[in-house]
Design a binder for this molecule. Sequence first.
Ligand code: 5AD
Ligand code: SF4
Length: 485
Amino acid sequence: MRPGNHTIDEQRQGEAVGPRSGKEGGRKLYLESYGCQMNFSDSEIVASILTDAGYSTTRNQEEADLILLNTCSIRDNAEQRIRHRLQHLKGGKRNNPKLKVGILGCMAERLRDKLLEEEKLVDLVVGPDAYRDLPRLVDEVEGGQKAVNTLLSREETYAEIQPVRLDDKGVTAFISIMRGCDNMCSFCVVPFTRGRERSRDPQSIVAEARDLFAKGYREVTLLGQNVDSYKWNVDAKGIVKDETQPVVRFAQLMDLVSDVDPDLRVRFSTSHPKDMTDEVLEVMARKDNLCKYIHLPVQSGHSDVLKRMNRGYTRDWYLDRIAAIRRIMPDCAISTDVIAGFCGETTEEHEETLSLMKEVRYEMAYMFKYSERPRTLAERKFEDDVPEEEKGRRLSEIIALQQEHSRERTAAQCGKVYRVLVEGPSKKNAEEFQGRNTYNSVIVFPKGDAQPGQYVYVRTTDHTSVTLRGERIAEAEAQEAGYIA
Ligand code: 5AD
Ligand code: SF4
C-alpha cells in the first residue's frame, strides 16, 4: 500500500465533492477515517448513503450535526487514539447539545453495545456491513435514542452504491472489489470485525472504473484484504456456479479493469503470498497500465513463526513468490508488512526476518510491534511473551535496515526517465507538483504548465531517502531515452 495514503492509523477527514454535496440548510455530516484504505473507501460509501438521505458533508467540525468516526482495531494503539479523539469531542457536545456522535468500522464491530456503556457521548454504533441501515439508525438517534447495528453479512458488497469521492484531488481513487477475510492469521482481528470473504460483481467494478475515468480520474486501486482470492461465479471448492457465464478471478478482473483505457493506471492491495499466482504476474507484465508494484506482506522471515501466525506459507514459499515476481517482472517494486516480537519469537527467529529483508531488499515496508488482540487465535493459544522493550529493540533494527534498503532503492531510480501521473502540489513546496511513477515512488518536479491528472515525462536528477526530484522533458526526448511507462 502506498506511503502517505495508507499509513495505518493515519487519520483523514473528507468532504464530498461533486453534484450531490452541499445541500443548503440540510443536516451536516463530519466524517473522519482511521486505519486502512478499505476504511477510507467505506467512508465514501457511507457519505453516499447519507447524502442520499439528505446530509451534506463538511470539513468544519463546528458546524456538524453528526460526527462519524470510521474506526480501526488492528492494534491497541489504533483504538487508544480513537478513545482520545472521543475525549476531545466531549467539548463539542457541550457547546452543541444536539450534536450526535457515531462510531463506525472495526472498533464498532469489535465492541458493539459495550461502546455505548464505555463512551457515554457515543449515540450510534454501526459495523462495516450495516451501512445501508444508517439513515434509519440516524433517524432513531435524532429522536433521542441510542442505536446499534453490527450485523455481519455473507453477501453485502455495496456493489451498486456509487461512492461519494472524499478526496478532492480527483486523480486517484479506491475501488473495493471484495470484503471480509477468511484467512484467520492468528494475530489478526479483521476476520472478527469484517466477517467472511465475499467478492463483488466484476461488472459493477468495471462500471465504477469507467465512470471514474470519464470524470477525469487516472488511477484506481483495487482493494481487498486478500485480492488474490477474488473470485466470481465459482465457489470456494472451485465449482462453477453458472456454466453460461465466465469465471472471473483476480487475473481476469485486472485484465478487464485495465481494458477500460490505457491511460487508466491500475494498482491493487493487498496480496497474500499463499495465493498469489503467476497468472496475475503475467497479466501485470503484459500491460503497461497495470503498475509494477506489489505489496506482499511477509510478517516474519522464519517458518516456525509463520506457522504460529497461521499464514499458510513458509519462508521458502515466500521467497519462491519473490523469485516469480523477479522472473516475470524483473523491475517490479515490492513492499511488505513486518511484525516484530510475535508470541514466542526468539532472537534467532527475529534474525531470520532481518536476513529475509536483506535477501528481498524491499522498496518500502510497514513495520509494527506485535499487539495482542482479543478473541484472536494468538490470544487464545499463545502467550504474548516478548517483553515490550525487546519488541521495541527488534522493531528499531527492522526499521533501520529498511531505511537502508529504501535509500538504496530510491538512489537506483535516480537518473532515469519516467512517465509520471501528476497528483497535485507537492507537500513541501507549492511551486512544485508531485506524482508517481509505475513503481509508486513519489517524484517532485517544477509545476510548469502541467495539470493534475495529466501524464508527464520526468528525468530524475536528485533524491532524498524516499523522494525523487527531477525535470520535466518532452515526449520525444523521453522516447529517445527509453522512458519507463
Ligand atoms: N499486531 C501488530 N501488527 C498487526 N498487523 C495486523 N494485526 C496486527 C497485530 N495484532 C499488521 C500486519 C498486517 C498489517 C495491516 O497490520 O502486518 O499486514
Ligand atoms: Fe483497521 Fe484492519 Fe479494520 Fe482496516 S480492516 S480498519 S486495518 S482493523
